[in-house]
Design a protein around this ligand. Structure first.
Ligand SMILES: [Zn+2]
Length: 134
């Protein structure tokens, strides 16, 4: 069955890419901070695509590889408002809940943010805080 073979091929490629990426990250970084995403809720909101990305599988591989290299993987709580907080001054901007906003200027300190980069900086800071407290 040609289609089944194709699906298997894609799954194998994805798995190889996940192992490669997990190995790279675990080899390069002593502390890896990720968001504990609510995959079920994201699936409801965005449809099947999120599940197809196999993020949960990737996190499993990342933890395994981190175990081998001695790196730590810290999961930041899904309710931590990583997108809404200004990574510079800490101001919480609730308008950023709107996913269409990709860039914003902090009304408190005036810094300009890229949505994803700002969220990543907040996840890193929160992950470091959790790691040091544990
Ligand atoms: Zn700010």
């Amino acid at each position: 069955m040609e289609l089944a073979r194709l699906h298997k091929h894609i799954a194998n490629q994805r798995s190889a890419f996940h192992w490669q990426t997990a190995g790279y990250l675990a080899g390069k970084y002593a502390l890896i901070c990720i968001e504990d995403l609510n995959l079920k809720a994201m699936q409801r909101q965005f449809g099947r695509k999120i599940a197809d990305l196999g993020f949960a599988d990737f996190v499993g591989k990342l933890k395994y590889m981190a175990g081998k290299t001695g790196s730590a993987v810290v999961e930041v709580d899904r309710f931590y408002p990583s997108s809404q907080l200004c990574s510079s001054c800490g101001y919480q901007n609730k308008e950023i809940k709107n996913l269409k906003i990709r860039e914003w200027i902090c009304p408190q300190c005036g810094i300009q943010h890229n949505r994803d980069k700002n969220a990543a900086m907040n996840i890193k800071a929160e992950g470091e805080r959790i790691f040091l407290a544990s």
